[in-house]
Write a protein that binds this ligand. Structure first.
Ligand code: NAD
Length: 285
């Protein structure tokens, strides 16, 4: 019985090996949803996963024509499926609609979920707008919970899955005027660890990536605001912000993308519940 089983496993592995070889890409036939992928880090992660052969679902706000072009470009450049499914992820009914829409496109559900969508708002805690707090917690902490609860069963069923939460250096340390952001990002680390211990041994992993400052529209807006508030040039504002990194250099979008792809590789099978710091040596100080 045992030799027969081993032979079947070996045949199975050879088949997987042949399939991958045929396409030459390790994530061939996997399906990933990357939230907030019409811009910045999310878009970079979608491109990295697609480059590794993954079909990608783009989500986020933006001009419909530009989003169509983004999907077409990804599909053509990487020879994968690239679909757009829109939703305001701060709203639970829209998350549930997105789940249904994805099942219509990919009836076997997701293999990879990247919880990335997020925004920033700066204000002292006593004047932090209440509706902004609610929105940011919904988008950056509750949406990852809802998407995890909805899509994890498909991953467990397949015996393989990856949940990657884009937290932040601010998931580990605080900065003034960012109470909602810092709270959501710390909370996301807690969710990551909890899901990781629950799924351990099932073939599914859950981890967080914690970038420092990455040159995206979210970062550039902070630099523009600082330049206006402090009467300094945009370039000075940018280097002041990035000055918190030991390296004094910003993180590149592609670097975060490739770390997400690494977390989807077999080398990362035993990486569970961790935070990968990509912060130019900010939080080690
Ligand atoms: P970005 O502004 O370039 O992109 C944000 C994305 O989220 C966009 O696609 C946007 O449409 C989408 N989005 C916003 N609100 C949404 C909503 N309600 N529903 C669905 N999608 C929504 O920002 P970014 O810098 O690429 O940030 C992406 C993630 O990385 C965020 O979670 C952010 O906190 C995190 N992060 C960014 C930095 C940085 O320096 N840029 C550093 C650490 C962590």
């Amino acid at each position: 019985m045992l030799p027969h089983l081993l032979f079947r496993c070996f045949k199975g592995l050879c088949f997987i090996g042949r399939e991958q070889k045929k396409n030459g890409k390790p994530l061939h036939k996997k399906v990933a949803l990357i939230t907030g992928s019409t811009s910045g880090i999310g878009k970079g992660i979608a491109e990295s996963l697609a480059n590794h052969g993954c079909d990608v679902i783009i989500n986020g706000f933006g001009d419909q024509e530009e989003i169509k072009k983004l999907c077409a470009d990804i599909a053509m450049t990487y020879s994968v499926r690239a679909e757009f499914v829109g939703a305001d992820l701060s709203k639970v009914p829209e998350i549930e609609d997105l789940h249904e829409a994805i099942l219509k496109l990919f009836p076997e559900g997701l293999d990879i979920l990247v919880n990335n969508a997020g925004i920033q708002h700066l204000s002292p805690v006593e004047s932090f707008p209440v509706e902004k707090w609610d929105f940011m917690i919904s988008l950056m902490l509750s949406a990852p919970f809802h998407l995890t609860r909805l899509f994890l069963p498909y991953m467990k069923q397949k015996g393989w899955g990856r949940i990657i939460n884009i937290s932040s250096a601010h998931g580990h340390v605080a900065s003034p005027n960012k109470c909602a952001y810092v709270s959501a990002k710390h909370g996301l680390i807690g969710l990551t660890k909890t899901v990781a211990v629950e799924v351990a041994g099932s073939g599914v992993t859950c981890n967080a990536i914690c970038p420092g400052y990455v040159e995206t529209p979210l970062f550039l807006k902070q630099a523009a605001d600082r330049s206006k508030d402090q009467g300094i040039s945009f370039e000075q504002a940018k280097s002041q912000i990035v000055g918190i990194h030991s390296s004094k250099e910003p993180v590149k979008i592609e670097q975060v993308g490739e770390i997400a792809a690494f977390l989807c590789s077999p080398a990362a099978d035993q990486i569970l519940g961790t935070s990968i710091m990509v912060d130019g040596g900010w939080t080690i100080k």
